[in-house]
Write a protein that binds this ligand. Structure first.
Ligand code: LFR
Length: 475
């Protein structure tokens, strides 16, 4: 019998989390969803917090189910954790939380955002390669320290969410590079913290340790008897880094990457960071790859627009069939006369997304759609246009010419969005039926375990077995 390597990915998104069991045999990866659960932040007074205890409970439930799903006699070799970027915990030496875990959509960073926009954003961009955005860890921590100065005495360590779950699983506290690179606190030219950025935001350098690379073995799982012997491996802690790792890209560099979910992350792999005024104006974030390289990307507001609008309509498709019906109804409508500007700050965390959209349309003297299908059409066309604008910016900045857009994530199942992207960008979109974030997470574990030689080899094997659909631009 051929050998099978079993690994588990804990993959947390802002609206849902999952634990996926991967079985690697004969150069093929088979996924089993062991557990899926909803995630949301909760508001208390004026602030927004993650339910961190619930997330940990669901992770443990998922890992137990993953082990229960193993064939008799098989063992789980390792587990890795990825989450959305930027969010973090503050701990003391005993590993206790000393500050509640805020959600990045909390608007506590607005004053800092405006202050940095007025003064210093370009200097910090040169130091960190990260533009001034409301969710940055830098602004969050600066606000926390300014409002609660005792924190610099209480806390001794800052871990990002994947680092924290790795710590709960293994007992080892490490910062990991890819998620650290979302913070606006990492030096853009080295794999270590930027002392200039830490000083600017008045943050204690001792809170951070030199980030480890993906693939680092952190120790064995403790405190979960079912997982005795299973290794905890640091994978790219940032979900987007995992999704990019999983892209079945052609080695010639002609592919633009699009990870489409709550956010649309449009970018590519590049040997150098993109810096300077044009990159700053286009809000290019020079985040790091699992291999330590660069993946310049633009964050376009994504399907959050549609998810939130559905909440206003108090309806959401429950089955793939319901989704098809909504998308078909939206596709039949005439193209909207005016598209949305997805960069409108009013879309960040509105009380009502529908009202925020209507207000923008009113300013543009355009009529608001009446039905959910109309909003769906407007949102998909607008996001597609946002993808194309990001692609054009990258081409201009690098002199590259992209030949295809590779799309993974929830949005890759939305044919309206795929087609709108191809139409606006004028190049084919190839959408993959792929849980990109979980697959990238599993890939890094398999490489660390020696079951796969390297990422290029993994991508080659992956591309062979994937279902894909190509959307040609209609002009
Ligand atoms: C996507 C993501 C994006 C990041 C945003 C906020 O899940 O990780 O890459 O910009 O969430 O952290």
């Amino acid at each position: 019998m051929s050998q099978v390597t079993y690994t588990a990915a804990v993959d947390l998104g802002a609206t849902s989390g999952r634990v996926i069991l991967g079985a690697w045999a004969q150069n093929r990866l088979t996924l089993t969803e062991a557990h899926r659960f909803p995630n949301t932040y909760r508001e208390l007074g004026d602030h927004a917090y993650w339910e961190i205890g619930t997330l940990w409970h669901e992770i443990r439930t998922g890992l137990r189910r993953a082990v229960a799903a193993l064939p008799r006699g098989a063992r789980l070799a390792s587990v890795g954790v990825d989450t959305w970027g930027c969010d973090h915990v503050l701990l003391n030496d005993a590993g206790r939380l000393v500050f509640p875990v805020h959600a990045y959509r909390d608007n506590r960073t607005q004053a800092g955002l405006a202050a940095l926009a007025a003064h210093g954003a370009d200097r910090l961009y040169a130091a960190t390669g990260i533009p001034n955005v409301f969710y940055n860890t830098s602004l969050q921590l600066a606000e926390a320290v300014a409002r609660c100065p005792a924190l610099t005495d209480l806390a001794t360590r800052c871990l990002f969410l994947p680092d924290y779950f790795n710590f709960l699983l293994s007992g080892r506290a490490e910062n990991e590079l890819t998620v650290a690179s979302t913070s606006q606190l990492l030096d853009v030219h080295t794999p270590d913290w930027s002392q200039a950025a830490l000083a600017h935001f008045r943050l204690p350098p001792a809170w951070f340790t030199t980030p480890v690379r993906a693939g680092k073995k952190l120790g064995r799982v403790t405190g979960l008897p079912e997982l005795a012997g299973t290794q905890v491996i640091a994978v790219p802690g940032h979900d987007t880094a995992c999704a990019y790792d999983a892209m079945p890209a052609s080695p010639d560099g002609g592919d633009l990457f699009l990870s489409s979910g709550t956010w649309s992350l449009v970018g590519f792999e590049h040997p150098r960071p993109l810096l300077g005024p044009a990159a700053l104006a286009a809000r290019v974030a020079n985040e790091r790859t699992g291999s330590g390289g660069y993946r310049p990307l633009t964050n376009v507001v994504g399907l959050f627009l549609l998810e939130q609008t559905m909440q206003d309509f108090r309806t959401r498709p429950q089955t793939p069939r319901d989704w098809d019906a909504l998308i078909a109804a939206a596709a039949k409508l005439p193209p909207p006369a005016v598209l949305l500007d997805p960069a409108d700050p009013a879309f960040t965390a509105p009380k009502s997304m529908r009202a925020a959209i209507d207000a923008q349309l009113k300013r543009a003297k355009a009529k608001a759609p009446g039905q959910l299908a109309g909003y769906t059409r407007l949102i998909c066309d607008s996001i597609g246009q946002g993808h194309a604008a990001a692609a054009a910016n990258f081409e201009q900045m690098t002199g590259r010419k992209f030949r295809r857009i590779l799309m993974v994530g929830g949005g890759s199942k939305n044919r309206l969005l795929c087609q709108a992207t191809a139409d606006a960008a004028g190049i084919p979109v190839v959408s993959f039926n792929l849980e990109g974030t979980a697959v990238g997470n599993l890939a890094r574990q398999l490489i660390a375990l020696g079951a796969v030689k390297n990422l290029a080899t993994f991508r080659q094997h992956l591309a062979r077995g994937l279902q894909q659909k190509t959307y040609q631009p209609r002009r």
